[in-house]
Design a protein around this ligand. Structure first.
Ligand code: ZN
Length: 265
């Protein structure tokens, strides 16, 4: 998908150079690699806007890496190295089909700009603090990737919801929780600035998938002995909003931060 896109951009660029003397072709990086592409908003998801409207076929054109969820909130999405997975409430990671849809996702083409060494992080908060100290700015979006063996990872997934959809906080009351010990795998996530509150999860939002790509989920807690955290700085931001379903009428004027904190970890 990415290669095809690059070729098309390259051809358009050659055409522009032929027609417009002095034209300069844009850096590929700014066209795709460094854009965080988001579907819908976290506050809509918080209020039960769970109808999938954006296909994974289309989403895959915007990134090879990212996190999200599925139509009717049917599990946790992890995209890594161009492969998309659905961790359902049974804890199993299933391959995602292109005709499936998402109500909320964030993806990018991952290319590490920075590596942050962390060690002896005994829980999520300690890990966050170590990474926080090394992030170049608090006013940015980052994609975060950690490959390694983790002493402990605790994840969750959620079962598909039925209409009328509950709020996310009520849906997660029925979440399944999974605990992994000495597990090898990949942490896939996003760090978003405080200014993006309401649009996305401010701070860390991390998912996990095992090295055999068979299990994982939304990370509730983890321990890290020693790992290299890869950070992709993504100064570009694009957002696709639904034009159908509950989104048009949901009230997005409220501050839902305290409700969000209770369910994220
Ligand atoms: Zn999540």
């Amino acid at each position: 998908m990415n290669e095809k896109y690059t070729i098309i951009v390259g051809l358009l660029c050659l055409a522009a150079l032929a027609l417009l003397p002095g034209a300069v072709c844009a850096d590929d990086d700014l066209l795709d690699d460094d854009v965080l592409f988001q579907v819908s908003t976290i506050d809509a998801l918080m209020q039960g806007v769970f109808d999938g409207f954006y296909s994974f076929h289309d989403l895959q054109a915007h990134g090879d890496f990212g996190i999200g969820t599925f139509d009717s909130l049917d599990g946790e999405m992890i995209a890594v190295d161009g492969d998309y997975y659905q961790v359902k409430a049974d804890g199993v990671a299933y391959p995602v089909q292109g005709n499936m849809t998402t109500p909320f996702s964030t993806v990018t083409y991952f290319k590490a700009d920075q590596t942050i060494a962390v060690q002896n992080a005994s829980n999520y908060t300690m890990l966050s603090r170590q990474i926080d100290q090394k992030l170049p700015s608090k006013n940015m979006f980052y994609a975060i990737r950690i490959d390694g063996t983790f002493p402990y990872v605790k994840t969750r997934s959620v079962p598909a919801q039925k209409k009328p959809y509950p709020r996310l906080a009520d849906a997660t009351k029925n979440q399944s929780v999974f605990e992994f010990s000495n597990v090898t795998g990949t942490v896939v996530g996003v760090w978003a600035s405080e200014f993006s509150k309401g649009l996305n999860v401010a701070g860390y939002h991390l998912h996990f998938i095992t090295a055999d790509r068979k299990a994982g989920g939304h990370i509730l807690d983890l321990k890290v002995d020693r790992a290299d955290v890869k950070v992709d700085v993504t100064p570009g931001f694009a957002m696709q909003l639904p034009t159908t379903g509950d989104f048009y009428n949901v009230d997005l004027s409220q501050d839902l931060q305290s409700e969000l904190k209770k369910i994220e970890n």
